[in-house]
Design a protein around this ligand. Structure first.
Ligand SMILES: Cc1cc2nc3c(=O)[nH]c(=O)nc-3n(C[C@H](O)[C@H](O)[C@H](O)COP(=O)(O)OP(=O)(O)OC[C@H]3O[C@@H](n4cnc5c(N)ncnc54)[C@H](O)[C@@H]3O)c2cc1C
Length: 516
């Protein structure tokens, strides 16, 4: 890294922002609703809210080239204020972009406008950050949607509960964003994905407020909660949500196993989830990812002769270049953890694995939100890194795994460059699993977005062609929109557009995302 030329990001003072297009009367009306301190038009706020965290977003911000900039950032504190802001925007045909933590990696918070709209406001939800109530009898809690992950977990922990939703972006993402993006936390095996732990929601849109009821089950037609989970701000602002909680686990055990190859590890995971072993998390790195992290952890260290010998012995026992590391997390009561770890270990051994103990698991748990912080120093030095994810049935997983990996590799090679493409199984279900790819390549500094678009297009085409979903947990946003119809079908898209038109007849809610 030291040998690579460093090109830092453009500082805020050098980013040129367009004048706000909002009329003075509208700005005044907004300040009357939320208070003068909570309508912001300063450069920092407008630049901060101009983009999320997708590769495209980050490269554009670093270059100081913002294609879309909010005309104002509005911070409501209550549902009543959101109702008034949305009504005002609807009356004046102003686009409204809901913004939680802004950690979207699919262009979900770009402040775009649609036809007939000449201004956009970002509605930042992070002042709506209170835990409202806990129903201990029903084991549910209700909170305002703008609460950040750590604040929500701290508030729940004070009562002995957890939601257990820990995306890698946990520190800087919100309850509403998790639901709107239909996300999945790292421990979704144990605690569920957003669409499954969501019990009820309140959503404010231009045509009114939708409140879904917290019934554990209902046969009164289709479940409208599924319109809220994954709505990406295009159907309104989620202001409150009720979700399932569980007691804070008495014990956590995270440990690693080494498999001889990806196939054996994959089959072990399938068995574990199909037999209902009850793990909180199970993930399997492929051989490239396993080697990458091995090399990464060894940076700056000299290999001891003991280590060299251990590697030799491992190689002789069949754990060579194809070896793959699996991490398994178990949470719950002491008794549950002890018995589940014993069963998981037996399962791994039956698939020829070697237990690596709790050290690697503990280290992963302690540093699980840290890896993404490397992206900026890497970009500074011209090394591009991006991730994408998909999901399919077990029977199709090998085809999808090969197809997408090969497509990304070929797209990078087409540009006469060598990159690294790594993958892990990140979330597993009885019926299938998700694949999470990380790819790293030397960036074309003259056209980083053109280069990235080619790779992204190749990967998304391969996902479509090999029977995967466009996204397992990142969502659609702007980046995946061109492939939506291939997944949902023409009628499916008409249904989604019809719902959008009913809730938001003037198309002011988050234009350009999810449904065109
Ligand atoms: C480093 C990194 C790691 C990540 N890891 C994971 C992961 O492990 N699992 C995962 O699921 N995702 C992950 N993501 C993606 C992202 O963090 C999630 O999509 C997250 O749910 C977004 O939450 P947010 O509060 O930041 O929402 P934002 O980014 O602010 O918004 C996301 C979308 O939801 C809409 N939205 C936000 N709040 C509301 C609301 N109250 N009402 C209506 N619409 C709203 C926005 O308009 C936008 O379309 C990761 C992102 C990064 C940068």
């Amino acid at each position: 890294m030291g040998a690579l030329e460093v090109v830092p990001a453009t500082p805020l003072e050098r980013i040129e922002l367009p004048e706000t297009r909002l009329r003075a009367s509208v700005l005044t009306a907004l300040t009357e609703i939320v208070g003068v301190d909570h309508v912001r038009t300063d450069a920092y706020e407008r630049a901060f809210h101009a983009a999320g965290q997708s590769f495209r977003d980050v490269v554009a911000v670093r270059a100081g080239q913002l294609d879309f900039v909010s005309d104002a950032v509005v911070y409501p504190e209550t549902t009543a204020e959101v109702v008034e802001v949305v009504a005002l925007a609807n009356e004046h045909r102003i686009a409204v972009v809901p913004f939680g933590g802004g950690s979207s990696v699919v262009g979900g918070v770009e402040p775009r406008t649609s036809q007939g709209q000449d201004a956009a406001i970002t509605l930042d939800t992070t002042r709506m950050n209170r835990l409202l109530r806990i129903d201990e009898t029903s084991r549910t809690a209700t909170a305002q949607a703008g609460i950040y992950g750590p604040d929500l977990e701290a508030a729940l922990a004070a009562h002995g509960y957890t939601l257990g939703h820990f995306p890698q972006s946990f520190e800087f993402s919100t309850l509403g964003g998790w639901i709107a993006a239909r996300g999945a936390g790292q421990t979704s095996n144990g605690y569920g994905v957003a669409a499954s732990w969501l019990v009820a929601a309140e959503v404010v849109g231009p045509s009114g407020t939708l409140e879904t009821a917290p019934f554990p089950n209902s046969a009164a037609g289709p479940d409208l909660r599924h319109l809220v989970a994954g709505s990406e701000g295009v159907l309104g602002v989620i202001t409150e949500a009720t979700f399932r909680v569980r007691p804070v686990p008495e014990q956590r055990d995270y440990r690693a196993y080494l498999f001889k190859d990806f196939e054996r590890g994959r089959e072990a995971i399938r068995g574990m989830v199909q037999q209902g072993l009850g793990v909180a998390m199970v993930r399997l790195s492929d051989a490239d990812e396993t080697r990458f992290f091995g090399a990464f952890n060894a940076v700056g260290k000299t290999k001891s002769s003991g280590r060299k010998l251990a590697e030799q012995v491992l190689g002789q026992r069949g754990f060579g270049n194809d070896a793959c590391v699996m991490l398994v997390g178990v949470e719950g009561s002491m008794a549950k953890v002890v018995s589940t770890v014993a069963r998981t270990t037996a399962f791994a051994l039956a698939h020829g694995a070697m237990p690596l103990g709790a050290g690697t698991g503990k280290k992963w748990l302690e540093s699980r939100f840290e890896m993404p912080y490397l992206r900026d120093p890497m970009l500074d030095r011209g090394i591009a890194v991006d991730t994408l994810e998909t999901c399919t049935e077990w029977s199709n997983l090998p085809t999808l795994y090969e197809g997408v990996g090969n497509a990304i590799r070929a797209a990078i090679a087409k540009q006469d460059r060598r990159g690294m493409v790594m993958c892990h199984i990140s979330h597993a279900y009885p019926g299938g699993a998700s694949l999470y790819y990380t790819y790293v390549y030397p960036m074309d500094r003259s056209d980083p977005l053109g280069q990235w678009s080619e790779i992204k297009r190749a990967a998304s085409d391969a996902i479509r062609d090999h029977g995967g979903t466009l996204s397992h947990h990142h969502g659609v946003g702007v980046d995946h929109l061109p492939w939506m119809e291939a997944e949902k079908g023409a009628l499916g898209m008409r249904i989604l557009r019809g719902i959008k038109a009913e809730i938001d007849p003037h198309g002011i809610m988050n234009p350009g995302k999810l449904v065109s």
